[in-house]
Design a protein around this ligand. Structure first.
Ligand code: GLA
Length: 376
């Protein structure tokens, strides 16, 4: 499947880990609709690891859902999810076991693709644990992609090899629709900061058809659940969400969406930030200015219709003024042009600047603007 824009949805792993169930998935599907998440674009509901029995069925060799967690089987869950207007995602692994030690799809790729098609899956996250040493990892993503392309259903392949083997060089050629480029996120500022920093150089290896996936969001987790760590402040969650949007990353919510409300719900449905993320040109961001210590950045991104997105990102522990020269965008002083800006967090007109732009940004904060070129 060839996604034209960064896929958006929810994944069970960050909050629920192995504590997944039929009821929890149905409640999540309800919440995604009732809270306006589906309307905002979050369309995939993905069940991550730990959904199956520990062993394949001895007769059919198929992976079988754990009947304690999913007593009505997976097709019933998928039907419910589809009935809500959402798309349904499943999880497996290129190795012999999944990362949490359930059956993997190694040497069962075509059988498992058929099983996921029978469930009515629209998305498959495909992990990389327990890969036999003698097997070429690249080939395993080719196999599962080939199996999915020929299973009779349109299923988006979400590769997850954590950036191993220079994945950005070859993953698009396999047919995958997105690919994880980093290790696992946890609910802390340091975790999302380092993941993001590690991929700035790789923003160019992302675009329609195959998106660089910098992991599921921890926004709104409030340090509860499977990948809890130090937790984040609301300001830090705002920064995380803004950076994922600026990057054009897939937006997979990892918090308990049954409980998301208020500021966090507003944040993940912010129409300006989502417009940046979902811009159809999917151009990479670039660095318009960078501080000497490398942790204060102004990122820019050229959007369609002459719009420019700007993110003043202060990843240091001190408040600071960040700036860049408009010339860095291709607006030299001689052009006599300025930028009219809209604050992406408030939707307010932030006026016109020329020559350079300066913004005070709190420690760990991020200010985001949508800008248009005007005469000045
Ligand atoms: C790996 C992946 C995670 C998650 C777990 C499940 O660590 O990177 O995103 O899917 O496996 O066990």
């Amino acid at each position: 499947m060839f996604p034209k824009k960064p896929p958006m949805g929810f994944n069970t792993w960050n909050t629920f880990g192995e504590n997944i169930s039929d009821a929890m998935i149905r409640e999540t599907a309800d919440a995604m609709v009732e809270k306006g998440l589906l309307k905002a674009g979050y369309e995939y509901l993905v069940i991550d690891d730990c959904w199956s029995r520990r062993q394949r069925d001895p007769v059919t060799d198929k992976i079988v859902p754990d009947e304690k967690k999913f007593p009505h089987g997976m097709k019933a869950v998928s039907d419910y999810v589809h009935g809500k207007g959402l798309k349904f995602g499943m999880y497996s692994c290129a190795g012999v076991r999944t990362c949490a030690d359930y059956p993997g799809s190694f040497d069962h790729e075509f059988l498992d693709a058929e099983t996921f098609a029978e469930y009515g899956a629209d998305f498959l996250k495909y992990d990389y644990c327990y890969k036999p040493d003698y097997v070429n990892g690249v080939n395993l993503y080719r196999r599962i992609s080939m199996a999915l392309e020929n299973c009779g259903r349109d299923i988006l392949l979400s590769a997850c090899n954590w950036g191993c083997d220079d994945v950005h060089d070859w993953i698009r050629s396999t047919g995958a629709g997105m690919y994880r480029s980093t290790g696992d996120i946890n609910d802390s500022f340091v975790s999302f900061r380092d993941i993001f920093l590690s991929q700035i150089e790789n923003a160019k290896y992302s675009g329609p058809g195959c998106f660089n996936d910098i992991d599921m969001l921890t926004v709104g987790m409030r340090n509860r659940g499977n990948v809890a760590s130090t937790g984040c402040t609301d300001l830090e969650y705002r920064t995380e969400f803004a950076l994922w949007c600026m990057f054009g990353a897939p937006l997979m919510l990892g918090c308990d969406v049954r409980e998301i409300d208020g500021d966090m719900l507003q944040l993940v449905t912010n129409p300006y930030l989502l417009r940046i993320n979902q811009d159809e040109a999917c151009r990479p961001l670039f660095v318009a200015n960078k501080d000497w210590n490398s942790l204060r950045y102004v990122f820019a991104r050229v959007l369609t219709d002459g719009e420019i997105a700007l993110a003043f990102t202060n990843l240091t522990d001190d408040d600071a003024e960040l700036w860049f020269a408009l010339d860095a965008l291709g607006l030299p002083v001689s052009a006599k042009k300025g930028l009219r800006r809209t604050d992406a967090f408030t939707g307010e007109d932030a006026g016109v600047v020329k020559e350079d732009m300066r913004v005070s940004v709190k420690a760990h904060g991020c200010a985001v603007y949508l800008a248009k070129v005007v005469d000045a």
